[in-house]
Design a protein around this ligand. Sequence first.
Ligand SMILES: [Zn+2]
Length: 396
Amino acid sequence: MSETTRLFYEDAYLAEFEAEVVETRQHEGRPAVVLDRTAFYPESGGQPWDTGTLGGAAVLEVLDLDGTILHVLDRGIEGGRVRGRIDWPARFDRMQQHTGQHVLSQAFWEILKGETRSFHLGPGVSTLEIGLPSASDADLDKVEDRANAVVWEDRAVKTYYVPEERIGEVPLRRPPKKSGLLRVVEVDGFDYSACGGTHVRRTGEIGAVKVVGAEKIRGNLRFDFLCGRRALGDFRVKDRAVRKLGGAFSCAAAGVAVQVEKQGAEHKALKKRARKLEERLAGFEAGEIIRAARGRIIAAVLEDRTPDEARFLALNIIRGGEFAVAYGAPGEGQGHLIVARSESIKADLRQIVPAVAAVLPVKGGGGPSLVELVTPETGRLREAVEAAAAWLEANA
Ligand SMILES: [Zn+2]
């Protein structure tokens, strides 16, 4: 098979081109073509393939098969001369991310002596694994400041070829993975990489470089970062969110996190206090229910209580005298049945489960003195309570 001429090596800004179809074939059930030359970048070196159109068909995937570039299409095309158009905004976005990665990698090396272990250009964030056990916020600020200074200096990004035996004369950041004639991408006087990707002409086109996440992985640090338009998009979303929060808390952006933490602590304290008050109230309520009770068995559907509240009330009642309680309470998407008895009543409440299950579908269980069942049939909670009450009348 013939080597495809890679137009993106001569001109990464070429978005439209003409080429000759040299072969048509199938690739995993889809039509595919080989051209004599192409501007479509195949998946390689952490950079995804280009999409676009070829002879009117959509280009779904671009693969490098030992030097031959295969374009996988959504439908078959005629042979002969064809026109290709790559999705330029998507390509330029990748050129921003990829060139930004070269700059960021060198900044990590220069400032922290952190080596780049791997790079992945993702659809959202891109990731860079750096051989560092840890990095402080201040360290990261320095790295970002250095990377962005290089962006604003608008340095030229040059590409040239160096034979393998002379590559020692180039101060490469990482040793080359390939052999033969090596393609060097130089961010003028700052970074030298052996790379086959597509890059912007000048660092100014990267726009900005921003680290937006960090996590430990394999003893290294993996950073999420954004360049160019992606960095702007991220800033826009975060700016809106923070301004909204700042408005809600009447504070500046930098104070939002403190306010959220403060409210969280207050919320926790209030929940604790509410719980205490509920407990006290349940004590009083249980006393009233006991005074009004006409027998040992108390059964009701508590429409305005949560299952937790109903259980708590039942436990207060059985501690206040000799009682058996069957309470129904609506839960989220299901009805709850809580059955509890005082210690002095010896019935095994687990036996109530088949009695209730004979009336309506229920799941759950418990111990001899407390059983909790749930039913998906929320409208039939009263029947469940009545079945439980009948069992208690007969057995407790
Ligand atoms: Zn590169």
